[in-house]
Write a protein that binds this ligand. Structure first.
Ligand code: PLP
Length: 399
């Protein structure tokens, strides 16, 4: 009567959400100011005023223009606005045909996975990785293959990817700026990855007459959240790239559920991928992206993200933690600090941190051991007040 897989997914809430729930309970017990919740990736910077202005303008229009269904791929003028904005930024020649509006990055990646995999295919993720990737890959009937990132820099390890590629590899997912490590993949790193994929495609073509190249899914909800690092435009480095984007982080609109998939329409194969993206969106029942927020995207497509608050938090946290003796990956983007746990078992470390009301996320949730993710998309006071607790925790471990 019930699908056990779906039941299990509903019953086992994510570790991140569990910590968030615990934090709220604890805040009710001892006061919000005494609990240091670093679990969620909910932007702390408010949506820019241009969003409110856009909504107010739209609400003056006839309701059917604002609240009606749009075509499944999105309103043509919205897709055109997105394409033109990308062209201005990356010197490309996209049109609305390259853009499919979605219900956020979760839908962008799910629709892409549905489009480019067949049951039993393999999809490579770079560990540590965003945990929902596994759920979305398995929902598509594919198999999630974890490949470790370089353990020093947390860049992609192209040779490790090369070793993991098999005849069933349909796609590789990358996420830069990265959740959970904050690493931004360099141009050189991405060129090496592209090289590996091109070599594998050429080799498979000769050996198998395999017509289907490996798709590089570039999941980029944090593209705009950077601290000076270049975020290369991946389709310019590897032809078979699908970009998955959302406005959840860049415009601080995670609850409004709007983003897009970009499949550059450079070949017959790419046109088929886009049609299959539409087919997956239809199959999953997405119908169309929210109409009002498609209009917001059209109006705000070039509004810059406000990263100043995240940059201040990042500096505050990294300076204090390094003085205390913690080690971490220098974050080039996103709003997460990847800190080495002070014992090999990250869960045990988080348990001890909990005694000081510090709530980071153990790295096991992201497929690796020995680290924690500290989300610094919080009010700066949370970081300031948490510093004595981080210090006592470090002292507990003899730092
Ligand atoms: N991909 C990554 C790497 C994320 O961190 C998130 C959300 O935190 C998503 C996808 C999902 O984003 P959205 O809220 O736009 O669906």
């Amino acid at each position: 009567m019930i699908n056990d897989t779906m039941y299990a997914r509903g019953a086992e809430s994510s570790v991140i959400r569990e910590i968030f729930t615990y934090a709220n309970e604890r805040k009710a017990q001892i006061g919000a100011e005494n609990v240091f919740d670093f679990s969620l990736g909910n932007p702390s910077v408010p949506a820019p005023d241009e969003v409110r202005q856009s909504i107010e303008r739209s609400l003056k229009l006839p309701p059917e223009q604002v609240h009606g269904y749009t075509p499944a791929p999105g309103a043509p003028e919205v897709r055109t606005a997105v394409a033109e904005s990308l062209n201005r930024r990356f010197g490309t020649n996209y049109t609305m045909a390259d853009v499919f509006m979605t219900v956020g990055a979760a839908a962008s990646v799910s629709c892409t996975l549905g489009a480019v995999t067949c049951p039993g295919d393999e999809v490579i993720v770079i560990a540590p990785y965003f945990p929902e990737y596994r759920v979305w890959i398995e929902t598509a009937g594919a198999v999630c293959i974890e490949v470790l990132a370089d353990q020093e820099t947390f860049q992609v390890d192209p040779e490790a990817v090369a070793t993991a590629i098999t005849d069933r590899t349909a796609a590789v997912i990358i996420d830069s700026p990265n959740n959970p490590t904050g690493a931004v993949y360099t141009r050189e790193n991405l060129e090496k990855l592209a090289d590996v994929l091109e070599r594998a495609n050429a080799e498979r073509e000769v050996r198998l007459g395999h017509p289907q190249p490996i798709v590089l899914i570039s999941d980029e909800p944090y593209r705009e959240i950077t601290y000076g690092a270049e975020v290369p435009w991946v389709p310019s480095l590897y032809e078979h790239t699908v970009v998955c984007y959302s406005y959840s982080k860049s415009l601080s609109l995670p609850g409004e559920r709007v983003g897009w998939v970009l499949v550059p329409q450079v070949s017959e194969g790419a046109r088929r991928v886009m049609t299959a993206v539409a087919g997956t969106a239809r199959s999953l029942g997405f119908v169309c992206a929210p109409s009002l927020f498609q209009r917001v995207v059209m109006d705000c497509v070039d509004v810059p993200s406000d990263v100043a608050a995240y940059a201040r938090n990042r500096d505050l946290l990294t300076q204090a933690l390094s003085q205390m003796g913690y080690t971490y990956v220098e974050p080039g983007g996103a709003f997460y600090l990847w800190v080495r746990a002070l014992e090999p078992d990250a869960e045990a470390f988080c348990e001890r941190a909990r005694a000081y009301e510090l709530l980071p996320v153990p790295s096991n949730s992201f497929g690796v051991e020995g680290w924690v993710r500290v989300g610094y998309c919080v009010a700066p006071e949370v970081i300031e007040r948490s510093l004595p607790a981080w210090k006592r925790l470090a002292e507990d471990y003899g730092l």
